[in-house]
Design a protein around this ligand. Sequence first.
Ligand SMILES: [Zn+2]
Length: 559
Amino acid sequence: MKYSEHVYERPDFEKVAKSIGDVTQKLKDAATKEDFFAAVGEFDEIIREVDFQGFLAGTRYYHDASDAKIAEEFQYILTKTEEMDMSEYNNAILESPFRKDYIEKYGDFSIKKLEADNKLNAAGTEEMMREQELIVEYQRMKPNLDYEFRGEKISIGKLSVLTDSTDRETRIEATNSVNKAFVDKKDEIAKIIDEFIKLRDTYAKKNGFENFLDYVNIKKGRFAYGQKDIIKYCELVKKELLPVLVAVRHKLKKELGLEEYSIYDSGIMPENKMVEIDYDYEEIYNRVQKMFDDVDPEFGNFLREMNEIGYLDLAPSPNKSSGFAFTIYDYLNKMPFIFANGESTPHSACDLAHEFGHCLQHRYSELNLGLLSLGEMTQDLMEIPSKFNELLFHNYAEQFFGDKADCYKEQHLITFLSEIVLFCMYAEAENYLYTHVDASYEERVAAIEKIKEEYNEGYDVKVSQHSKDGVWLLDNMLVLTMPGYAVSYSFGNLASVHLASIYNSNKEEGLALYKKVCSLGGSRDYFSGMELVGMIPAFDEAAVKAVREYFIKALKVEV
Ligand SMILES: [Zn+2]
């Protein structure tokens, strides 16, 4: 069925709660393994139905964030879903005589997840519901701020493109006007940030955790490691990979012929290396389609199917909720949906390939496990399939950028390396925020600036007035609405460099391994997932050092 034919209907949450109660009873009463798994399947179907309405409300809201009615509906679903109590159902599995059969079918980790789920949601529902409200409130803000560029009102979509302009004055002015829009609303946003931090701290403590970081790490399936290990990983990255990034900054400064290399210039390549495209999102899709047809017909057919049923929402629009691309899952029809604000940039093309990695993961995990609760990969594995696709995209760069393919690859690899390094900075910032809950806004900004300073080595001008005003924090969707997430990108990039090198030396072997990674779904944690597919985890010094050598060679820098 096509996306446009689906009709949204507000779920009756009371009825849902009753159905879950009934199915929980069936679990408890199950006399045979078959009865037990039938009840598990029934529960899964109930959840898929509710989730589907959330999917419809969400995709419609993201498509047009100015539609207040659908925004309200989406918010309603988010808070109601947060309110749903699964503990009885979880306990029925945990205490069942068929527990070992469940483990045999879905893995030991899936049982630990159920236990964790109970621990995470024993208390603090009110705060969690409020957090969902705040997330929507914060997300709605960005497209609705007052952006002005050279005296005229402008949408954030258009302004974002200008921040990467080849003309230095233009990009500085554009960046400053984005920053100004945020700083102008500083007091209002700082209040939201403060509420975010305190709410999270409160419900973490109510559930028996020392702080929100310990809470969020368990929520993200980080059972075998925690905050200390993440910070240790950040230190390793700073030691091994930050110097490579700094060398890249020095090299770019020289190539750009700049006397002063500043943060405005990050992501900018010398004019002769700049890559632009002159085709729109439809043509971007066509080329990405061709790419995946070539990688594997199975992949190509899947993407085509998504397009045919309208599950690609790529057309640029000022009303879209975000400039970012992301994937949302329709668990009822077992189809992923890609949302993007497809400007005509090389970035948009790469984004589509990236998001399709999430889609492939979804598809293979559904085939392998067939449970909504295991459909999504464990946090720290989640970005491997998508980031791998970005590197796969290099093999097809000529079909997108012609004789500028090598320039594209260089620029993208710099971004790739920057992400590995800078998402550690995000992790360190989060580390401060949730261990200093009562800090004032000014203290928060000062601490983050201090963390940033180390990571900003290689820039001549590190701090602007806007950064002193805290714009990094004010305009940080990732840190504010997806806590605990950032470092996963760092892990994902690292692992995908490894995976891509296997693919490039032996396509068949690489492809088989890729499908294996995609099939893992939520059945494995990071370590056992990596082990199963024969890859080294990011915490290992050897993994980080190997990636260091890769970037030094690929980016032709001396460190
Ligand atoms: Zn992603």
